[in-house]
Write a protein of this length. Structure first.
Length: 223
């Protein structure tokens, strides 16, 4: 069900599959945390990933590590890198910044705190003049183009719920396979899984975990 990326006396890093919830949800389907506790009864979650997101998931084996790691996440002392396949040809050649505050919308969705028409594009990225919502910042760099899609490297500076998915959808490059944001029935976005992967997690305390980009990302990019 999952591969172990790293383990020691303090922590456990696994390679989370796409399509399974970390915790129990309304579907009633098996959840990853319950499966993990069968093998590691003392393991405790440090952070979470969306059901559709794959890649590095960190758990603590001790209370001390859980407290210290949680503090690092809260104080933004964890560097996170994701990869995603998105619709359209994203500008290539430099790193862009998406600085769009988020707020809760309807039906458990999140949205940019403002109108889509008010988003301002510049040579450096995307911003909006808004005093509402929570500060949400993502750095983005295109790695490769396919015929109708792009492979992106994402570095979130903040950790808002659905931040990467909302940011990319609102600037016109929704993540392929995202049934909640964008237009999942369009030819360029349709896919059986969410093409978002937690690629690397670096803690300022010295831990560094990496999950290889799934081969399916390259296949979908070239489709």
């Amino acid at each position: 069900m999952f591969d172990i990326l790293f383990t020691d006396s303090e922590c456990l890093a696994i390679d989370k599959p796409s399509g399974i919830s970390v915790l129990r949800d309304r579907s009633g389907q098996e959840n990853l945390y319950a499966l993990l506790r069968e093998h590691y009864p003392d393991a405790k979650l440090v952070h979470r990933l969306d059901k559709g997101t794959s890649g590095v998931l960190l758990l603590a084996k001790t209370d001390n590590f859980r407290k210290s790691a949680s503090k690092l996440f809260e104080t933004r002392q964890v560097v996170k890198f994701y990869v995603a396949v998105v619709s359209g040809r994203f500008p290539i050649g430099k790193t862009y910044t998406i600085n769009l505050p988020l707020r809760r919308g309807r039906k458990s969705r999140f949205r940019v705190a403002g109108l889509r028409s008010d988003i301002q594009a510049s040579p450096h990225g995307w911003t909006i003049n808004s005093q509402d919502g929570l500060v949400s910042i993502t750095q983005v760099r295109a790695l490769e183009h396919g015929p109708r899609r792009s492979l992106l490297l994402l570095k979130p500076q903040t950790g808002r719920t659905h931040q990467l998915r909302v940011h990319l959808a609102w600037i016109g490059h929704p993540i392929v396979g995202d049934s909640l944001y964008g237009s999942p029935n369009s030819a360029s976005q349709s896919n059986s899984r969410l093409m978002l992967h937690s690629h690397r997690l670096i803690l300022s305390s010295g831990y560094n975990f990496t999950s290889a980009i799934p081969p399916s990302f390259t296949e979908v990019l070239r489709d």
